[in-house]
Design a protein around this ligand. Structure first.
Ligand code: GLU
Length: 279
């Protein structure tokens, strides 16, 4: 089977030059091997996503000369898939409801005096660990993965958890370091980790390309693949583009958004050569 890659932006702001690099990286990986390139709209966080940003994503990518398979998968249209996966995880006994507010979690962490990890922050201090789903009736709650149970079960099913990473070779997944992560939030019925892992499986993505900033997340995604019996794609975590001060481009830096550059009369060739120079 030929390769299937994807670019999966969230319409929470305008695409910038770093996104252009990432989209082109994925598109080129597919084209080099006569494969398929997909665009997926990651809009589960309906409080932050806006239709106008989605429109700019389509326009910007087209302008760059990128073409993708239609129809585009929009996560907000597939909540049933995510609910089914959550039900499956519940059945496996690896989820518990969490009623904590952010403030309560923060206070508990402060009491314990723990330091955050530089790339994945604080571990949840297990306040709700022994609560069960029945207690949640009528209350607002998040669903957390009982990491210890989940890892034990995954290893029982699959032996070791590993993935093939273009830059690092075979990587052993170590999701334990994240502690009990949230898989469904109080205000969003599914988390990024679960939605992205399921979608890559549903869309038969065989090479996940994305920035180094998401490398750590792959440890969690590999665990979810084992728990839910999903296919394991290859991964290529590409480097992130930085500006002349060494800072990453962000959606808040208006001046390097593709929309702004287009409006200013730059051509797509100018942008491609800008990216070429930074690379
Ligand atoms: N939607 C994610 C983002 O915009 C990317 C997801 C992924 O590539 O895994 O950062």
């Amino acid at each position: 089977m030929s390769v299937i890659t994807r670019f999966a932006p969230s319409p929470t702001g305008m695409l910038h030059i770093g996104h252009a690099f990432s989209a082109l990286f994925s598109f080129n990986k597919a084209m080099e091997q006569n494969g398929t390139f997909l665009l997926r709209i990651e809009d589960i966080d309906q409080n932050r996503c806006r239709p106008e940003f989605e429109k700019y994503i389509f326009e910007d990518l087209q302008w760059l000369g990128i073409d993708w398979e239609k129809p585009v998968r929009r996560q907000s249209e597939h909540m049933e898939d995510y609910k089914k996966a959550l039900a499956h995880l519940k059945q496996l006994g690896v989820l518990y409801p969490c009623f904590c507010t952010r403030k309560e979690i923060r206070e508990e962490i402060e009491k314990a005096g723990n330091a955050p990890h530089e790339s994945y922050g604080y571990m949840y201090p297990n306040i709700c660990k022994n609560r069960n789903i029945q207690e949640a009736e009528g209350k607002s709650f998040a669903l957390r993965l009982d990491m210890e149970k989940a890892v034990k079960l995954a290893k029982k099913k699959c032996g070791t958890l590993e993935w093939n990473d273009a830059k690092r070779g075979i990587v052993q997944a170590a999701p334990e370091k994240f502690g009990d992560i949230v898989l469904a939030r109080k205000d969003t019925p599914v988390s990024y980790h679960l939605a992205v892992t399921l979608d890559d499986n549903i869309q038969n993505v065989s090479l996940v390309t994305r920035g180094e900033d998401l490398f750590e997340s792959t440890h969690i995604h590999r665990l979810l693949q084992a728990l839910l019996d999903l296919k394991v794609p290859k991964y290529h975590h590409h480097r992130l583009l930085v500006d002349e001060k060494g800072q990453r481009f962000a959606k808040r830096n208006k001046s390097l958004t593709l929309h702004f550059l287009r409006e200013k009369g730059y051509s797509n060739k100018d942008v491609l050569s800008m990216i070429g120079k930074i690379m």
